[in-house]
Write a protein that binds this ligand. Structure first.
Ligand SMILES: Nc1ncnc2c1ncn2[C@@H]1O[C@H](COP(=O)(O)OP(=O)(O)OP(=O)(O)O)[C@@H](O)[C@H]1O
Ligand SMILES: [Mg+2]
Length: 336
């Protein structure tokens, strides 16, 4: 791993308009709300958070599938916005997104070999013979028999579809791969094999990963650093061991508290997340976590917290690194 960032994201926002009758704009969803981070070459950055917090939107925006509303994305030292179509296409080849649902990225009417060959037809001038050779090579490198090129997607298992999805991306020699929930829906035993494959491929092809998951134990196993998202913002980021052993943001604390520990339960009543996240189209003034935070104080309803550096982490909380205001006991909150 080198220190030079391969990807720099600064203050990225994505807003989706909510439209009513006659396309009248009724409001907007803040799917990303000022996201900033760096990615070092060779790094695996985990991206975690509840459903709807903006993980896929971030992945798609980095890839150029989704246009940002504002902010900047620099890839290998070059700003992506404002590229010519040709340059944008080349940058996009180097940055690939593995879809959350691998079945969806494969055409059900096409044999797997055809799906794998297609990116080579679009992006390279290789003759057919070379393309077929490459298809066979990549199938082997993701642990599938080359003969699978003649099968249709519905003829292979979910785990094998993941491998094909990955193979399709690897056809283009990318540098950064965004893996969106790469083990969702797989049996635990298949998960372990697929995770090992990702690691091996990272070493073989010198890849850098953004690893989107809401499975924190998988993130711990796979990632160097982790970014925790809540309603469109990174609320805590840091090296995986520091963040998971000593989380500083109340949201991260509650996420981790919800995982039962092998040696005894770690779940404490006060740390269960209560209620639903705020409405992304109607964020409250102040901290976006205030409605569910056990430590909420008046300042949290006034000011959106800036990022603070606490130990190895960067934390968006007014009280991070300080003694948190006491959590009312269950009885006290009942009375309130
Ligand atoms: N094309 C779109 N148009 C309108 N709203 C969208 C669009 N895509 C996403 N959103 C909204 O943006 C927010 C973030 O969605 P996103 O898919 O990025 O979440 P996620 O973190 O990937 O969730 P999950 O864990 O369920 O995959 C959600 O409120 C979602 O409804
Ligand atoms: Mg998603």
């Amino acid at each position: 791993m080198t220190d030079a960032p391969i990807l720099t994201v600064t203050d990225l926002t994505v807003r989706f308009p909510i439209r009513g009758p006659f396309a009248r704009k009724l409001g907007e969803i803040r799917a990303l709300d000022g996201v900033s981070f760096d990615l070092a070459e060779g790094e695996i950055l985990g991206l975690v958070g509840e459903s709807g917090c903006g993980k896929s939107t971030l992945g798609k925006t980095l890839m150029g599938i989704q246009a940002p509303s504002s902010g900047s994305i620099t890839f290998a030292g070059k700003e992506i916005a404002g590229r010519t179509p040709r340059e944008a296409r080349e940058l996009r080849r180097r940055l690939q997104y593995a879809y959350q649902d691998p079945g969806a990225s494969l055409d059900p009417r096409w044999k797997i070999g055809k799906s794998l060959e297609e990116p080579l037809i679009i992006h390279t001038d290789l003759p057919r013979r070379e393309r077929l050779k490459k298809v066979a090579e990549i199938l082997t490198s993701v642990g599938l028999p080359a003969g699978h090129a003649d099968l249709f997607p519905h003829e292979i298992s979910g785990g094998q579809q993941r491998r094909v999805g990955l193979a399709r991306i690897l056809m283009l020699n990318p540098e950064v791969v965004i893996l969106d929930e790469p083990t969702a829906g797989l049996d635990v035993s298949v998960q372990a094999t697929v995770l090992r494959l990702f690691r091996d491929l990272r070493d073989t092809f010198d890849l850098t990963y953004i690893f989107i998951s809401h499975d924190l134990s998988v993130v711990r196993l796979m990632c160097h650093r982790v970014a925790v998202m809540y309603l469109g913002r990174i609320v805590e980021m840091g090296p995986v061991a520091d963040l998971m052993d000593d989380p500083k943001h109340p949201y991260t604390q509650s996420l981790l508290a919800a995982i039962p520990k092998v040696n005894g339960p770690r779940v404490t009543e006060n740390f269960w997340l209560k209620g639903e996240p705020a409405d992304a189209s109607n964020l409250p003034r102040g901290c976006r976590f205030q409605g569910r935070c056990p430590h909420v104080q008046p300042v949290c309803r006034q000011d959106d917290p800036a990022d603070r550096i606490v130990g190895a982490q960067s934390v968006a909380c007014h009280f991070a690194g300080e003694v948190f205001p006491p959590v009312p006991t269950a009885k006290e909150s009942e009375r309130a």
